[in-house]
Design a protein around this ligand. Structure first.
Ligand code: 4AD
Ligand code: MG
Length: 451
């Protein structure tokens, strides 16, 4: 048996040979004396056309009735068709039904709304769009591992169950077996699903110098937006002896690496997104690749640009305050591409960020991109033991539960920096898809965990 990928990659070699393929019917167009099955076997984005003729097949009448979605096996002659839209077809000598698909198969070859498809996450992956999205997701993940490994970063599996709130934003999911007594439950204390791998990773950076995590994170943010999921994946590199600029440089290099990788490894998928999801997508990504250096501005400068824009924003931009989505959009179009915003007001950022000499701002840096807005949140970490402890006290944090974390500042602490890339936000940026629910296989959002 051959995969379609193998056939597409070695067309000349298979010319006029007998081949066997297995896959799922995307479309069966039966005519009187012959018919065409478009079949996909999952090995690549493209389908194969199987031509079946009454004169060659005893079960011709059955094949005519094979329904979309069914799994089939076909044997036949591999024929190059240089004049047709598809480069080859298979002239069937035998087509067997492996698994029937019922009459009401919902993924018929017509345009469904994304909303409709979202209700069928287990079947939508058999459509062109979602097949492309989830192969891209796989390839992008691989690109990220390759990028960090090529630079000698060590991959750390940080825990999913944790007893602390890494970001201090209070958006935790509780974990318990006995909801009546969470304090004395399984772990003898309240525990949660992690919101970030960062705190557990920083100690590893003090041993490996450069490391990264890539895993699921969970946030009980009750914001029903197109960019927030309750369960999402994050890539978090952490680098010892690195300052904010180093962190931004690595982030930029990584983004460009991933873009290059998917354009090269997923040309069919990317062309599909370019035609059917966002016209001009490939040009937009090429332009990012060709940007010599992403723009970098301070939060203060960002607010000044917004204030001087003459635009009537729904949320008035203010020094000292967070950026709203509309502000992010304005800034990425103002800079015509990705832009790092750094040196944020300390009150709206996490406790671990390094305090600037002004005592007002911290060395945090967010990367904003067209389509998904904030895609990366990173910072130089506060390595000074006294400053960190003071900040934790100011915020009323329970120092005892994070004493182990503070040890990184007690025993050979050093300047270090890192960031978190939201994997789904990255995929939105790469595909042009504007809803996070459409880049997660089984999305978890408020009131939505049915599968
Ligand atoms: O900015 P955040 O909260 O940063 C951190 O968690 C740091 N500990 C990272 C670090 O320095 N190691 O989150 C990082 C990124 C965001 O920029 C965004 O892309 C994504 O994670 N993100 C979400 N993606 C989907 N749904 C959500 N609810 C998200 N919250 C954050
Ligand atoms: Mg953030």
């Amino acid at each position: 048996m051959m995969t379609l990928k193998e056939l597409y990659n070695n067309k000349e070699q298979y010319s006029d040979q007998v081949v066997e393929v297995k896959g799922w019917i995307r479309n069966n167009r039966a005519q009187k004396e012959f018919g065409f099955i478009d079949m996909n076997d999952g090995s690549c984005f493209k389908n194969v056309q199987i031509v079946y003729e009454a004169q060659n097949l005893d079960n011709f009448k059955d094949i005519q009735k094979f329904r979309n979605g069914s799994s089939v096996q076909a044997f036949g002659k591999f024929v190059l068709t240089p004049d047709a839209p598809q480069p080859f077809e298979i002239k069937a000598t035998c087509v067997n039904l492996l698994g029937d698909s019922l009459e009401d198969y919902p993924m018929q070859p017509k345009r469904h709304t994304r909303e409709f498809l979202r209700e069928k996450p287990h079947l939508r992956v058999r459509t062109n769009l979602f097949n492309a999205v989830f192969r891209l997701r796989s390839e992008a993940a691989y690109a990220i591992h390759e990028f960090f490994h090529s630079k000698g970063f060590v991959y750390v599996n940080t825990p999913i169950i944790t007893s602390n709130d890494g970001e201090g934003a209070g958006q935790l999911f509780n974990v318990y077996t006995d909801s009546e007594n969470p304090d004395t439950d399984f772990f003898g204390k309240k525990v949660y699903l992690t919101v970030t791998g960062q705190l557990h990773e920083e100690p590893y950076a003090m041993a490996f110098r450069n490391c990264y995590t890539f895993g699921p994170t969970f946030r009980a943010e009750n914001s029903n937006t197109t960019k927030h999921a309750a369960e999402f994946w994050m890539i978090e590199p952490e680098m010892a002896f690195a300052e904010l600029e180093d962190e931004e440089n690595i982030a930029e290099e990584m983004i460009k690496y991933i873009i290059k990788y998917v354009l090269e490894k997923c040309p069919d998928e990317m062309k599909f997104f370019d035609s059917f999801v966002e016209k001009g997508l490939i040009n937009r990504l090429q332009a990012v690749l060709n940007t010599e250096k992403f723009s970098r501005i301070t939060h203060k400068e960002a607010i000044t640009i917004l204030k001087n824009s003459g635009v009537k924003f729904e949320n008035t931009p203010e020094y000292g305050e967070d950026l709203a989505t509309e502000h992010e959009k304005y800034l990425t179009s103002y800079f015509n591409g990705p832009v790092f915003v750094h040196d944020w007001p300390k009150d709206i950022k996490a406790f671990y960020m390094k305090l600037n000499d002004d005592n007002e701002t911290v060395r945090g840096s967010d990367l904003l991109v067209p389509e998904s807005g904030e895609i990366i949140g990173g910072s130089q970490r506060e390595e000074r033991l006294d400053v960190l402890l003071k900040r934790m006290e100011e915020l009323g944090m329970n120092e005892a539960t994070l004493d182990w974390y503070v040890d990184t500042r007690r025993y050979g602490g050093c300047k270090h920096s890192g960031f978190g890339l939201g994997f789904e936000r990255l995929l939105m940026f790469l595909t042009g898809i504007d809803n996070i629910r459409d880049v997660v296989p089984y999305p978890r959002t408020p009131n939505n965990c049915d599968f």
